[in-house]
Design a protein around this ligand. Sequence first.
Ligand SMILES: Cc1cc2nc3c(=O)[nH]c(=O)nc-3n(C[C@H](O)[C@H](O)[C@H](O)COP(=O)(O)O)c2cc1C
Length: 328
Amino acid sequence: MFTEKEKNFWQKLPKPFFVLAPMYDVTDAAFRKIIAKYSSPDVIFTEFVNVDGLCHEIGREKLLPHLWKDVSEGHVVAQIWGKDLKNYEEIARQCVEMGFSGVDINMGCPEKSAEKQDACAKLMIMPEKAVDVIEAVKSGVGGKIPVSVKTRIGYSSENINNWIGLLLEQNIDALTVHLRTRAQMSKVPANWDYMKKIVSMAKNLDTKIIGNGDVKDVNDAREKVKQTGVDGIMFGRAVFGNPWLFRHDNYIPSVKEKLEVMVEHTQIFEEMFKGIKNFAIMKKHYKAYANGFPNATSLREKLMSCNSYEEVKKVTYDFLNKNYKTEI
Ligand SMILES: Cc1cc2nc3c(=O)[nH]c(=O)nc-3n(C[C@H](O)[C@H](O)[C@H](O)COP(=O)(O)O)c2cc1C
């Protein structure tokens, strides 16, 4: 058990706590800054970033923007993946220097290109390597920041006893379980029935358990905590177009406010990433922001052909003036 002095940040969070999921090309530093401004998750994960690329001169320049962060974000955990144990160790060491609150190892992503590197979900069927990766990352952080893992309930089928059991033997600080197998990808609903068992397996450990998969909002999250006893909930897709998600009052913004924040998000994205990330990334967000209100389709169509902050601003304010004048 930790003494009071040794407690890491995971141990000091409220129960339940709410976490922003890592989502590649979605939860970049711009979106995270907007989310932190409008609703403050307890913990924020970066998109996953490849340790082998980061240890390579050319790859490093391209990948470092994935690790940019803003002080307003609070506890930011860097999520890493890769092939080479030495690179895991080196990047974990650098994450301490960069001021991350923790390092998380991706052991759940089903992408074929990642699995070819004997990484991510593939580690579920390479348990010895999974243990070595955890050891390498622990060695890199040298006890200065906590180490966590994000995974699924199994590879081809549910394998909680062996796989989750093995991870819980590694004395990690937190474990996020996406309640689907690798084979299920995202095609079936997450199965929260397994969570009670995982929580009971971790009962006497210092490992915080985080549940993930299909959680809609804070009310839904609280219900799942009540049913399963899990320590924290991680939200992924529910945050699309909804940076207010982590507010504890299930706040619903007006159309005007939502679209103004969309424009602000675009401005931050352009300021941070012009010439670095493709503007097409913002279009995923527009599909979510410009949705669920009268005439949203016509706005969405116009946004899809925008390629800069100025264009998005003009299209959005023209739309608001025409359709929502009374709200302005
Ligand atoms: C666009 C997208 C990108 C993702 N990128 C990552 C990633 O980089 N690392 C990771 O561990 N999971 C990643 N995931 C999985 C999510 O973190 C999460 O586990 C999954 O979406 C299920 O949670 P949800 O139902 O709340 O969305 C990604 C998911 C999506 C939709």
